[in-house]
Ligand binder design. Structure first.
Ligand SMILES: [Zn+2]
Length: 214
């Protein structure tokens, strides 16, 4: 279950969603604390074959790819895609050596020719590509709260959802300007409201559940 009682994205797209949400910007928690954690995560989800390794360099590339993926998702909620994002995604596709293959059911899909992290990146990109063709991609969104950007699957009829949770981010953004103004006026050493919010954040519990179910 996702924040706000949402269901995760359908099918393999949930893998892309989980990968992007492996870092929670609001709570500053990251599932990928190092190459070994990344390797375990990818292997468990069959994105990496057993016995394949993740180097420090792979780890850095994976984190950059994660941010590019999040940026691509943000575009579904109105954000612009910058040149750096496109470069990282295209490098990922190139490194994965994606090629078109027809499965037993006659449907084509992209499969990576590369192994290791390149192959894992290719599998994630292949899922994105398929979702774009099936029409599910447009519903995968990143919360419009800049500090949050949690990736959620928007099942609303008119695809109008802008926030991971209206109660958490929607209202928060609306009152943000007011609160900042008030804080500047006060500036008396009272703890920053956003820190308190972070500590109390319901997502901390979701994160720990994700950790426990790995
Ligand atoms: Zn949010």
């Amino acid at each position: 279950m996702q924040p706000g009682g949402r269901a995760p994205a359908p099918g393999e797209l949930a893998l892309v969603q989980a990968f992007a949400n492996s870092k929670d910007l609001l709570t500053a928690q990251d599932v990928f604390t190092g190459p070994e954690m990344l390797r375990a995560w990818l292997t468990t989800r069959h994105l990496l074959a057993k016995g394949e390794t993740i180097s420090e360099e792979d780890f850095r590339r994976a984190l950059a790819f994660r941010e590019a993926l999040r940026a691509l998702v943000r575009a579904n909620n109105g954000a612009a895609i910058d040149a750096n994002t496109l470069e990282v995604l295209n490098q990922g596709a190139e490194g994965a050596r994606l090629s078109l293959r027809f499965a037993d059911d006659g449907r084509p899909r992209l499969e990576p020719g590369a192994s290791g992290l390149d192959g894992a990146v290719g599998r994630l990109l292949s899922i994105v590509f398929t979702a774009m063709n099936q029409g599910t991609w447009a519903r995968l969104k990143a919360c419009r709260n800049e500090e949050c950007q949690w990736v959620y699957y928007d099942t609303s009829k008119n695809r109008s959802g802008s926030w991971c949770m209206m109660a958490m981010c929607g209202n928060r953004v609306k009152t943000h300007t007011y609160r900042r103004r008030r804080k500047e006026q006060r500036d008396d050493g009272t703890p920053d409201a956003s820190v308190t919010h972070r500590q109390r954040h319901p997502r901390s519990q979701a994160f720990h559940r994700q950790q426990a179910s790995r």
